[in-house]
Design a protein around this ligand. Sequence first.
Ligand SMILES: [Zn+2]
Ligand SMILES: [Zn+2]
Length: 156
Amino acid sequence: MINGSCLCGGVKFEFKRASGPMEICHCNRCRKKSGSSILPTLTVRVEDFTLLQGKELVKRYTAPILYSDPAYQSYFCKHCGSPVPPLVDNVECIEIPAGLLDNDPNKRPDKHIFVEFVPPWDTISDELPQYKIRDLVRERQNQELPENFTLRTHYD
Ligand SMILES: [Zn+2]
Ligand SMILES: [Zn+2]
């Protein structure tokens, strides 16, 4: 079992295995959620995930929609402020902030995503593939962004 918890230890969870990619997100929303330069997340199947304790501590913030549904959401512990895994069951997989883990998930980061958001004070210093929003839309939604597409942040 792989275990994780929030800063205060009120929220605890476990999962059998990580099923999907471990991605390092540089988007401005993930940076604000984590308070750090990046937010590495691990994809886990909902059926492999168990919340052990702290359901009553979990709050959700839904950000304004920038482009289209679904809205960006942040689940966090209302006692200590740590991000926590999303408590949803109508999806196949969830993304878990890797900094919450207390042991080795036996996965390693495989790519950087939303790299156009890397701030001037940060540097990517490994050889992993780097995906921009255009690459992600192409790969995940099998669509092409229009030529005149412009990046937005929640400040716009
Ligand atoms: Zn907490
Ligand atoms: Zn992100």
